[in-house]
Design a binder for this molecule. Structure first.
Ligand code: G4P
Length: 526
């Protein structure tokens, strides 16, 4: 095996996703502790955008400063290189998370045993399903009372539309939580609340053995045997291939706060989770082990210091090896570029690196050369397919509040949209610009950044819209008719594609009924 291929095979690049508060930060921190990347608990906490901060933009700003360093957290564990991609905790930045999911090879979903599947998890899982990303589920907070584990598994299957397969099973919960039976490794992991970690890790190949009673008592032993029998009867045998195809999600139970079940999760993860996978470009499928370097920009992080307007463009390496100071092609510009200070992220430190391999994320200092989705290669014309845009949830007209600064405003809007801060639609009827976002905070971010980075002032005018739909039809006449009839509601997106702005679900249904030959899409790629 070549050195490239050895390096690539040992990489595990993934993201942890959850609804806020389920325990993503806590789990991340515990994984970093195992990897020796940090030495004290609490180190990752500061990266989190507090949920209370919705109106406190400066607070978020401070916290975002830290988040460049924690965007990727890499560590070595058992001969593997683990890259955890951080995703914003605040749901108003969900689009950032969607994009980060284009750069990972697998995902761990954290679910709170008491709350079950929540809204944000459902949305993120939709993206995983679209991309067929392999998913492992970690059911957290077993030290608290919560739902019946079997009910929760049903809920996960139904709500997240994925088949599950428990690989560990809890022995009671809340104050009575005794531990888990690790089905994957056939071990009994016992828990003592005060000890804060797995206190006993007992090989237990045969749970019919009477020793089980000694460890967990008669009642629980009997229940565990019955539960496991039921699991073996109801759920299919765990099959790594089915997991890798994104068709089945193994499930683990534990308590991140108490560091219980986390090592077991990590051990299984590095064994079964995929190393970098082939990536579909418009032209062809790119295999990670190809000699030539290729990668794409999935995230641009702006430096919030107005005196140094520079960004970091995050590149996911799709194939080969990246070398510092080598010449690479910026495909959209058709020109070669050299990068003298690419950074990698080891633990929580950012440092200049000489090389990186497929699966790794590197940061390239950028002064406006990159857009989200841009491809870099050793010379080949390749275009990696990004993630489609989703219809935003909130819309506002953006207007110039300082007539002397119209140029700055337009430039600012254009660059912020290239960074993927929000979506821009231009109404074809009145020429007004509409910004679409996932949450209110994004409007605040845009206003703040336009002022501080571009010296432009904007104001927001309300517009009542329900959805933006990308439309298409084979029938040109029908399309023209539709556009005429709905002219007030027709817009184009940043790429010039036709978008219909529906102001209510009712109007949208009517339009769909009246124009059966038109397809209405809620994502920009179809
Ligand atoms: P998030 O990143 O998904 O938003 O969640 P985070 O890890 O911050 O966890 C949310 C809250 O849940 C935190 O409490 C955290 O301590 C708690 N938590 C995480 N894992 C467990 C667990 O296994 N058991 C229990 N009982 N609690 C858990 P907090 O009060 O919001 O924060 P803090 O004051 O403890 O920092």
């Amino acid at each position: 095996m070549s050195q490239n291929s050895q390096e690539i095979k040992r990489r595990r690049t993934f993201a942890i996703i959850s609804h806020p508060d389920a325990g993503k930060t806590t789990l991340t921190e515990k994984l970093l502790l195992f990897g020796g990347a940090i030495h004290v608990a609490g180190a990752v906490k500061s990266n989190k955008i507090k949920k209370t901060a919705t109106s406190d933009w400066m607070e978020i700003e401070k916290q975002r400063g830290i988040s460049v360093a924690t965007s990727v957290m890499a560590f070595d564990y058992a001969d593997h290189k683990v890259n955890i991609l951080d995703t914003p905790g605040h749901q108003d930045f969900a689009e950032d998370t969607y994009r980060t999911l284009t750069a990972v090879d697998s995902v761990i979903i954290v679910i709170d045993i008491a709350k079950g599947v929540e809204m944000q998890t459902r949305k993120l899982m939709e993206v995983c399903r679209m991309r067929k990303t392999p998913v492992i589920v970690f059911v957290n907070k077993m030290d608290r009372d919560g739902k019946d584990p079997f009910d929760l598994l049903d809920e996960i299957e139904e709500e997240l539309k994925i088949k599950v397969r428990p690989l560990s099973w809890p022995i009671d919960m809340g104050q009575r939580f005794k531990g888990v039976y690790n089905i994957f490794e056939k071990k009994l992991n016992l828990y003592t609340p005060s000890k804060q970690y797995v206190t006993e890790n007992i090989e237990f190949n045969d749970i019919t053995h009477p020793d089980l009673e000694k460890h967990i008592g008669d009642t629980l032993a009997e229940k565990l045997r019955a539960d496991i029998e039921l699991i073996e009867g109801v759920y299919p045998e765990f099959d790594v291939e089915t997991y890798l195809e994104g068709d089945i999600a193994p499930v683990f139970f534990g308590s991140a706060l108490n560091n219980f079940g986390v090592k077991e999760l990590l051990d299984c993860f590095i064994q079964v989770a995929p190393s970098p996978r082939p990536v579909q470009a418009v032209e062809r499928v790119v295999d990670p082990e190809e000699d030539n370097f290729s990668g794409f920009i999935f995230k641009i992080h702006a430096n919030m210091d107005p005196n140094h307007r520079s960004c970091i463009a995050f590149v996911k390496i799709c194939s080969g090896r990246f070398e510092r100071n080598a010449n690479y092609k910026h495909v959209r510009f058709g020109k070669m570029m050299r990068f003298s200070s690419p950074t990698a992220f080891m633990a929580q430190k950012k440092e200049v690196v000489d090389e990186a391999y497929a699966g790794d994320i590197i940061g390239l200092p950028d002064t406006g050369n990159f857009k989200i989705g841009d491809t870099l290669t050793s010379g080949e014309e390749l275009h990696f397919k990004g993630l489609p845009s989703f219809s935003p949830e909130m819309f506002k007209y953006i207007e110039n509040a300082d007539p002397m600064k119209a140029k700055q405003l337009n430039k600012g809007i254009e660059q912020l949209m290239d960074e993927g801060v929000a979506q821009l639609f231009t109404n074809q009827y009145n020429g007004r610009k509409i910004i679409g976002t996932v949450g209110q905070l994004q409007f605040e971010v845009i206003q703040y950044r336009l002022l501080h980075e571009y010296g432009a002032q904007c104001k927001w005018d309300p517009i009542s819209l329900y959805k933006a739909c990308w439309i298409e039809s084979d029938n040109k006449t029908v399309m023209e008719n539709f556009k005429k009839r709905k002219s007030q509601y027709m817009a184009i997106d940043k790429e010039g594609r036709d978008v219909y702005l529906a102001d209510s679900p009712y109007v949208l249904t009517m339009a769909q009924n009246d124009f059966p030959e038109i397809k209405f899409h809620f994502t920009s790629e179809f």
